[in-house]
Design a protein around this ligand. Structure first.
Ligand code: CTP
Length: 407
């Protein structure tokens, strides 16, 4: 929850400004006070009236508005917040702050503040990739500005790639991760995420289609509840979350090593799509084409990270959560998987192509525990993550017998 927290929300001028309306609603639902600031360009995309109505208060936009200066000077405005959020953070706003320009209220506030700043960039993919924007973002990051997103996806301008502003739920989770008040304060949680890459030779590997979206959302949701999160990720499509310790790995064996090195933890959530097999003999140099001969790859089994951690005698996390992606008899297969691996909970989902879940933004899961199976309605991956994180927080918050009872 964000009760008692004040967020200064700077809305930049981009088509993604409409998502800021939803962000304001979500922030207020979580108990935050939102003080909105709009750039001139932002009011071309959303009206100050809508923003004021949702925020339940005045919208600040003019640097030279004397009434505002009398009510609250820009210095005070910039420092009275617990966090400054810039969403959407346009190339223009990012450039102004990185370049030290303060020509309007938004950039002046960002220059004058000593409060932490979180930016949610949104712009055309080529603009995002432009060396000057990348230089500015790099410089801001190095000087302590946090970033959430941008995400890959279809853009309003018809192009595809990184540049879409993060969804309001993702920005909310990043905000909560920073403000760090929550039921999981003092708890250490490990999350695995993404695919693994299993090498064939120095230039080739075997992979799978996991994007890492669900694992990333879970890490964000746990951090938002105040947990210390260790995020062990294979080469995923989505950027790792801010505010968590990120350990990058390639193969299943590296993932197991990183996981065991990160113990002890209070809970482990194994959302990675770990390759079941690896190539038995990785070639040390590139395999060359030979006329009439096709290479034969032999496989061997990878270590099962979830089973290894679940079945540890000493140092087993208090709660181990696994995932099961199934295409038929979801509950039966996932229940058997839970017993076979020895984990406490299994989050099962139906990944048959007709569900559109694999690679999509939504998920429909069944939580399987000692208490039986529980169907969750179809919802966004961040909502699934939030709900799972609430359940984990509740389980870890109980006295030891209660945790066992929750399994
Ligand atoms: N997992 C793991 N290490 C592996 C394989 C899987 O830690 N080598 C974990 C995943 O992170 C996930 C769970 O095990 O939490 C289920 O993975 P899945 O591949 O669905 O299960 P399998 O045991 O491989 O069963 P099958 O492929 O037969 O469905």
């Amino acid at each position: 929850m964000l009760s008692g927290k004040t967020i200064l929300l700077i809305i930049g001028g981009g088509i993604a400004a409409y998502k800021s309306l939803e962000l304001i609603r979500r922030l207020r639902d979580r108990g935050a006070r939102v003080v909105p600031v709009m750039t001139g360009a932002a009011s071309e995309f959303v009206t100050p009236l809508s923003v004021a109505a949702l925020a339940g208060g005045k919208v600040y936009s003019e640097l030279f508005d004397l009434t505002d200066e009398a009510e609250m000077g820009h210095i005070q405005l910039s420092r009275s917040a617990d966090l400054i959020v810039v969403a959407p953070a346009t190339a223009d706003l990012i450039g102004k702050v990185a370049g030290g320009l303060a020509g309007d209220l938004a950039s002046t506030l960002l220059m004058a503040t000593d409060t932490e700043v979180l930016m949610a960039p949104a712009m055309n993919v080529r603009m995002w990739q432009h060396p000057s924007v990348q230089r500015n973002v790099g410089w801001l990051r190095a000087s302590g500005v946090g970033f959430v997103g941008p995400n890959d996806g279809d853009m309003a301008c018809g192009e595809y790639g990184p540049g879409r502003m993060s969804e309001p739920a993702e920005i909310l989770a990043a905000i909560e991760a920073r403000l760090m008040d929550g039921p999981m304060k003092g708890k250490r949680v490990l999350v695995t995420s993404g695919p693994t890459h299993e090498p064939i030779d120095p230039v080739r590997y075997i992979a799978n289609r996991s994007s890492g979206a669900q694992g990333t959302a879970i890490a964000l949701a746990l951090a938002a509840r105040g947990a210390e999160v260790i995020f062990v990720t294979g080469p995923a499509d989505v950027p790792p979350p801010e505010g968590v310790k990120v350990i990058r790995v390639q193969s299943a064996r590296e993932m197991l090593e990183a996981v065991t090195a990160s113990l002890p933890v209070d809970a482990a959530v194994m959302a990675a799509a770990v390759a079941d097999w690896r190539v038995a003999r990785e070639a040390k140099s590139k395999i060359k084409k030979e006329k009439g001969a096709l290479p034969v790859l032999e496989f061997e089994e990878n270590p099962d990270i979830l089973a290894t951690v679940s079945q540890m005698d000493a140092g087993r996390p208090g709660l181990v959560v696994g995932f099961a992606a199934e295409t038929d008899d979801v509950v039966a297969h996932a229940t058997a998987k839970r017993a076979r691996k020895g984990c406490d909970w299994i989050v099962a989902n139906d990944v048959s192509p007709e569900t559109g879940i694999m690679g999509g933004s939504e998920n429909a899961v069944i939580l399987i525990s000692d208490a039986g199976s529980e169907d969750w309605p179809r919802m966004g991956k961040q909502e699934v993550a939030d709900r799972l994180a609430d359940r984990i927080a509740a389980a870890l918050g109980m006295p030891p017998a209660g945790v066992l009872g929750a399994r």
